[in-house]
Design a binder for this molecule. Structure first.
Ligand SMILES: Nc1ncnc2c1ncn2[C@@H]1O[C@H](COP(=O)(O)OS(=O)(=O)O)[C@@H](OP(=O)(O)O)[C@H]1O
Length: 379
């Protein structure tokens, strides 16, 4: 097992690297047209800045992590960030589906897609796109420029009627201002108990074969989990710390109710129909009484449900491909789909420790991951 640096060593390295990166960026205004109207301003030498940022631990999914503005981000995402800000033309009618990885993104994308496109693609349609494509292919991510390259920005086909659906794992503070400004798009965020998120991430990272979708997944190793647990407690995981990621979106939902909706994975499991109705209403396409009577809500839930999706040919043998960057077997997006699987991986002491880390980090923020504790605070 690799020796982990102490928290003090990491903090020292981090602040040294970030200070150097900030110094390197001083006085260099971005040459890119910047649409963010404040917030993040990228220096012209941002690529050099990124290369000088503190480097994070290696994991198969995010081989090169860098520490930037409080988050451990994949280097490729950082390198693309100025262009994504400059060129991504987000409209107020767009819906951005945001999440920390492994919090229910695949499910949320399919629910949003099925609800928003139900007039052109009724959920009982035998040729529904969600029967033929993984939801990550129906709702593409803005996080790298590859999306823009693949689609020429808005796609070659005529765009579907609004809302356009897009995905992101970016922290709220790093989104383009066209997402977060006064005329910003709508954002749906999903969060999940960090203990289950870590377990899901660990299985995903252990199983994913980056070069292709069909190869068998190696079994995760117990010692690997302990190492992953340590790193997770330190927030040193792709896009981490998860609690900072969630706190930012929660606080945005409190400041911009009606534009940012936060859901919890556990809450969607507990009340899928209620969650779907909230989603549809938030996206501006609430279910009509006629649709309710015709069972549209149930049909969408069945179409997007774990059993249906997991069993599809496209999700058994297909792959999610970002050209030139990665290829992930779709089957890895579907595992157990339950709350509380952490009990099969962590000792009670580990759970108490991670809960404590999260509680300490969130102290005074008003946000907690506890489903009952802050349910009424989520808008
Ligand atoms: N339809 C449906 N219903 C319920 N749960 C589902 C569904 N699809 C995926 N999942 C579970 O979500 C977990 C994967 O998280 P993400 O989809 O966020 O992964 S990713 O970030 O897009 O890679 C992962 O959770 P774990 O089972 O705990 O690993 C998946 O099993």
């Amino acid at each position: 097992m690799a020796t982990l640096p102490t928290e003090q060593q990491q903090a020292r390295e981090q602040s040294k690297g970030e200070a150097a990166a900030m110094a390197a960026s001083d006085g260099h205004e971005s040459t890119l047209p910047n649409n963010n109207g404040g917030g993040v301003v990228f220096p012209a030498n941002f690529a050099d800045v990124v290369a000088s940022l503190p480097r994070g631990p290696h994991c198969s999914l995010f081989p090169s992590l860098r520490h930037y503005r409080g988050f451990w981000l994949p280097e490729i995402t950082l390198q693309c960030l100025p262009q994504v800000h400059a060129r991504f033309d987000l409209a107020p009618t767009d819906v951005l589906i945001a999440s920390f990885p492994k919090c229910g993104t695949t499910w949320l994308k399919s629910l949003c897609f099925a609800a928003a496109r139900r007039s052109s693609h009724p959920p009982l349609d035998g040729g529904h796109p969600l029967l033929l494509r993984n939801s990550h292919d129906c709702v593409r991510s803005i996080d790298t420029l590859l999306f823009l390259q693949e689609t020429g920005g808005d796609g070659d086909a005529p765009p579907p009627p609004p809302p356009r659906l897009l995905g992101t794992h970016l922290p709220y503070s790093l989104l383009p201002a066209r997402a977060t400004g006064p005329d910003g798009c709508r954002i749906v965020y999903i969060t999940r108990d960090p203990k289950d998120t870590l377990v899901s991430l660990f299985h995903f990272n252990s199983g994913v074969v980056m070069s292709g979708g069909g190869a068998p997944a190696p079994a995760p190793e117990a010692s690997g989990f302990e190492e992953a647990f340590e790193l997770y407690c330190q927030g040193r995981y792709g896009l981490g710390p998860q609690w900072e990621h969630a706190r930012e979106y929660w606080s945005a939902s409190a400041q911009r109710p009606g534009r940012v909706l936060c859901l919890r994975y556990e809450e969607v499991l507990e009340d899928p129909a209620g969650s779907l109705r909230r989603l549809a209403a938030f996206m501006g396409c609430p279910f009509t009484a006629k649709e309710e009577g015709a069972g549209v809500v149930g049909a969408i839930l069945e179409l997007c449900g774990m059993e249906r999706q997991r069993g599809l040919e496209v999700n058994r043998s297909g792959a999610y491909v970002v050209r030139g960057l990665l290829s992930i077997g779709n089957k890895h997006f579907f595992r157990k789909g339950v709350a509380g699987d952490w009990r099969n991986h962590m000792t009670p002491e580990m759970a108490t420790r991670l809960d404590g880390v999260v509680e300490e980090a969130l102290k005074g923020s008003g946000f907690t991951f506890d489903l009952n504790g802050s349910k009424e605070q989520m808008t």
